[in-house]
Design a protein around this ligand. Structure first.
Ligand SMILES: [Zn+2]
Length: 524
């Protein structure tokens, strides 16, 4: 009986190691064979360690199985791997996002893996529970040394042979379940880093001037898109017309494909709202919103998304300097109503609208009026089989975004206003089997649209600014331009701004209109 239980325990450990590390099956036969041995040995060592400790064994085996099952599921279904962003998602998600991913198959798999965890814990108690400590320590010590030797030796050998995929597949940040605590540690580190955003120097403390008359301060709207890939916008040459309203929009400037700061919302938002640059990564100053406040703008942040960071501190650090902060439910299009209610007939506003846009699951992000590309139904577990339907649903979500941006423009058409739109990052739609964003480096996850619209009244008040914006079309743009261009559009010059990243030209002396000297001198 005891022997049978020992064999069964060993077998389950080996099977869970092999099943919960799906990344190794992309290798060639030799790589798979070798890496299976390595991950089985690592799982065995962990099972021996935690299976001997009363209480801990139950937590270890159930959590290991649940995490492993989720790892395998998301890798197989979406092609994504565990990293700190997955952990962040787990800690900070809301019910809407969970519903997009939770299918009956995933629920069933999680249930089965939980049961497997209980069985493994029970077996470990019978197999290891009453082994005398001395004997256990001796056997475990030898086993641990052997596993460490095997792991280090394999790694060094693969590295020496330059078999990159083979050693990457067993890097500790990839091997389940070790990848989980590593991702959690990374998440805690990143959380600590993002808290430093609160201590960034305020750009309003540096010298700055308003170079337009106070009553000519425009309304500046910044629409922060979500998961919108530049190549799926009709106005960027996509074979489907997914942006019919924008295509027919007068005064719209399309800067083409923009390089995003990151490929996750949390990383890109830092790049979009502070002056952090893609190369240097570190922000030098807090949000541009501070400069708008300083020069008398009413500032609004209206969001359909949830806050980022444990207890929301990351989003707060970036946008809480807005005079008005509002989180709303409903559909993206309702952001337009909230914007209208907020600004009324006034000008001199900065409005940030944070959309849900084209976040997975795409088919849940739009209503029937945008169901132009059909069929658009799919099941998460068979995205490759329903590949065209996934693309149809994604394109419908872009149609919705097109309507949303055009509706914002319509609401501001008769005002002195500018509207700026870009997305936080793109999304992968099945090329090389990868979906979603954030865990692998795929080009399309970094390519987003970049659009500017100006009203006739804005053009009448600032003809040179509009001429500069028009002349700048064709400039290769990145998220680095956002900070400097938005402030420039508001008619603000500041020592913290970089003229080479300001598409409005306001920072270039002689280009921007200095309307009235007394207005320019009003705020120092
Ligand atoms: Zn995002």
């Amino acid at each position: 009986m005891r022997t049978l239980q020992t064999w069964l325990f060993g077998l389950l450990c080996a099977v869970s190691a092999a099943v919960y590390n799906p990344q190794i099956y992309k290798l060639d036969a030799l790589g798979i064979g070798w890496d299976v041995v390595v991950v089985v040995a690592l799982h065995g060592a962990l099972a021996m360690l935690f299976g001997r400790i009363p209480g801990v064994r139950w937590a270890y085996f159930t959590l290991m199985n649940l995490a492993g099952c989720a790892t395998t599921y998301f890798y197989t279904v979406f092609g994504v791997t565990v990293n700190y962003d997955s952990v962040a998602w787990l800690f900070e998600t809301n019910s809407m996002e969970v519903n997009s991913f939770l299918t009956w198959r995933l629920s069933l798999l999680m249930g089965v893996s939980f049961l497997l965890g209980l069985i493994q814990a029970s077996l470990s108690k019978r197999v290891l529970g009453d082994v005398p400590l001395k004997r256990y320590a001796a056997v475990f010590g030898v086993a641990l040394l052997a596993v460490a030797g095997l792991y280090k030796g394999s790694w060094a050998f693969f590295k020496y042979m330059d078999w990159q995929p083979t050693y990457e597949a067993i890097s500790l940040s990839r091997v389940s379940p070790i990848s989980i605590p590593k991702a959690i540690r990374m998440y805690i580190h990143e959380e600590g880093e993002s808290e430093k955003l609160l201590d960034l120097p305020n750009p309003a403390d540096a010298p700055s001037q308003l170079v337009v008359a106070e009553d000519e301060r425009p309304t500046v709207v910044f629409i922060i898109g979500e998961s919108a890939q530049a190549a799926h916008f009709g106005i960027n040459g996509y074979e489907r017309q997914t942006t019919p309203r924008l295509a027919a929009m007068p005064n719209l400037l399309n800067y083409g494909v923009c390089r995003s700061f990151g490929n996750t919302t949390r990383v890109s938002l830092i790049g979009m709202l502070t002056d952090a640059r893609i190369k240097e990564r570190k922000p030098q100053h807090a949000s541009f919103i501070n400069l708008f406040n300083k020069h008398g703008y009413e500032t609004y942040f209206i969001s359909r998304q949830n806050k980022l960071g444990r207890s929301g501190h990351l989003t707060d650090a970036l946008i809480s300097c807005s005079k008005h902060v509002k989180y709303v439910k409903g559909r993206d299009i309702e952001l337009v109503r909230h914007m209208n209610e907020a600004i009324g007939d006034t000008s001199g506003n900065l409005v940030l609208l944070h959309m849900v846009g084209s976040h997975f699951s795409y088919k849940h992000q739009y209503t029937d009026q945008y169901r132009k590309f059909v069929p658009d139904d799919y099941v998460n577990e068979e995205l490759s089989k329903y590949h065209q339907n996934v693309i149809n649903a994604y394109d419908n979500s872009i149609l919705k975004t097109d309507d949303m941006i055009a509706s914002v423009i319509d609401a501001l058409r008769d005002k002195n206003a500018v509207v700026f739109y870009t997305s936080d990052h793109g999304d992968s739609l099945g090329k090389r089997g990868v979906f979603l964003h954030g865990t692998t480096v795929e080009q399309e996850q970094y390519e987003v649209p970049f659009l500017l619209w100006y009203s006739d009244a804005f053009k009448a008040a600032r003809p040179q600014t509009v001429a500069h914006m028009q002349a700048a079309v064709g400039t290769p743009v990145t998220h680095d331009f956002i900070y400097h261009t938005l402030v420039g559009l508001a008619g603000i010059r500041s020592d913290v701004l970089d003229a080479s990243l300001d598409l409005s030209g306001t920072m270039q002396s002689g280009v921007a209109e200095v309307a009235q000297p007394e207005a320019a001198a009003a705020v120092q």
